[in-house]
Design a protein around this ligand. Sequence first.
Ligand SMILES: [Zn+2]
Ligand SMILES: [Zn+2]
Length: 436
Amino acid sequence: MSHHPDTISTQRDIFQSTVPLSSGTPLQMTQESSSFEDNAAVERSIRYIFKEKKIPGCLPENVISQKMDHQKQLFPFETLCQVCPEHPKLDEAVLVTNKARIVSMMGVIENVSTHHRLCPQCHMVYRYQEWTDGLHNFDNHIVLSLELCLFLRENLQVRIAKIKYTHLKTALKIRVNFLSRDTIFHAYCHFEALTDTDYMYSCINCGFHPPVAVMDLHRKGVFNLAMSDLKAPPEDFNGEHDIEGFWNSVHLVMMSRGFFPSGVKNPFLVPPSYTDGAPWIGSETRTSDIVLNTEFQKVGTSSSHEAKLSSVTEDRLLDELAKQKVGVVTKLCKACNIDSKGSRFDLITRLREKMKSRQTHDKVFQSIWAASGGWSVILCPHGIVYSVKFNLRAESPQDFADLLLSWNHMPNVCVYDFADWLSPLRKMSRLHRMKA
Ligand SMILES: [Zn+2]
Ligand SMILES: [Zn+2]
């Protein structure tokens, strides 16, 4: 889930005005003068746009289909400050760049100029952000047409189980090869963060309360962090999270990417923590805006909990090991001082045997499981995702329990590939399997 923001490092001039259009005070936010005060002003702009410039969830057809050709100069709509109580007149518009690009389904419009205006009193920056023109301004350098944004959204929606970011690239490559995947991705996320959507997405067969729920784990996205980086939660913390508050803060991170070039400290970033990390559950599916994430309980305070976790993890770990490619298995054997000659099957057999020792077990565990636990997903049998939880630590049945306990209707049937984990009748189900 980490995206390298290297692509915007070349856009240091995002906040620098090069050619003042008038004798008014131009906004000079150079690297040197970029201070706390400037940051606070940018922060206010982001919150202003997030509150006042929301894109409607359902866009009128005439807005989407309008021609882009004549849009060569983009000025902020505001001429008076909307935040200061006496609404003072804003300073004259200042050119940000005349090399901005509008990326649309019909191609790219080059040499577009973008401008901003500054409030002489509160120093808030107003920039161009008008969806009614059929445009979405990402960072004053890249402007996407709303038609393109909707095209990207549709393509993401039809790929049910996995979001293929590479698809974005392939879809646009022919026309816009000067753009990196990250820039398009961040610009699109910026659009989604600003869109005022009622989340009504659900399976047409199952509705908002699927009677059968399938639990799955994706280990592709992991947090790259050491467990020691995570602060222990306060003693009275009970694992309840405000889902709206948390996902709003995530939206603000996506928004802020259009304002803070990489390398500049972004005050909106949400670091992974036990106390601030609500899972995602649709508004119709959850009981309330308060949802559970009791991941802090994985912090092995009691040794019995730890022991329980490691015993239930065993089957799963062996299963994962069996899926690994020969290269991974060979590496693991070498790391554990096990003979690495022979077939993949031979190596796995040797590893399994040696895993009875704690040391080897831990090595295999860390290598295959990674430091964190990927994301836990609950979906209906038709593949529509109802809940997602990003795990900071190795997956446990508790992750799914947290999600289901935050649902307003418990499914009748839960399908879990390692049902032993959830069932207290573990031995019985084993016997059952042996019989079958
Ligand atoms: Zn003002
Ligand atoms: Zn369904």
